[in-house]
Design a protein around this ligand. Structure first.
Ligand code: COA
Length: 151
């Protein structure tokens, strides 16, 4: 399902070896799944992010003004996806909320800069705000946990 939504790995083995196995070994890894029987409808995952990892270092170097406040011991919200035919029914929001449930402190994510994108709208509606731009197409968003009204 990952490739159906994001389409950026040649096959499942490459996805597993180059991304998923590395991510799930990280501190504080969390995974939330939406299942209909054994059919996967959606997923979200993240982990504790630290300086020394590729993405936090890239953010710190590109947007130095946010490093001290936001980077280090933050929760990194890495992926959120709902299968195309199951979208628009609240599943993405529930996966988002469940992944962050019980966490405190800072959370960060990288996403498109397109404010009309469904994911960006979802994040904004949950309190995430833009912290800066990685480039003209990609922004970094942050939120303080617990989410307001969702402790
Ligand atoms: C982003 C995504 C997970 C949303 O899943 P979903 O199940 O459709 O989301 P929900 O139905 O829970 O919607 C939650 C909120 O998202 C926003 N949203 C979702 N779909 C939207 C759309 N088509 N247009 C505008 N806003 C939308 C709304 O703010 C909505 O709030 P509402 O419930 O008050 O209307 C899904 O569109 C997806 O998998 N997209 C492709 C992958 C992706 O971009 N992931 C994020 C990578 S950073």
């Amino acid at each position: 399902m990952y490739n159906k939504v994001f389409g950026d790995f040649p096959d499942e083995l490459a996805w597993r070896e180059q991304m998923y196995d590395r991510h799930r070994a990280r501190d504080g890894f969390r995974l939330t799944l939406a299942l209909d029987g054994d059919r996967l409808l959606g997923f979200a995952w993240g982990y504790r992010g630290e300086r020394g990892q590729f993405w936090p270092d890239l953010v710190a170097e590109t947007i130095p003004g946010i490093a001290a406040e936001w980077i280090g011991d933050h929760f990194e919200f890495v992926e959120l996806a709902v299968e195309p035919t199951s979208r628009g029914d609240g599943l993405g929001g529930r996966l988002h909320d469940e992944l962050l449930d019980g966490l405190t402190g800072k959370a960060l994510l990288g996403t498109t800069s397109d404010g009309s994108d469904p994911a960006v709208r979802l994040y904004r509606s949950r309190g995430w705000r833009t912290l800066g731009m990685l480039d003209s197409d990609r922004q970094v968003m942050g939120v303080r946990l617990p989410l307001a009204g969702r402790s």
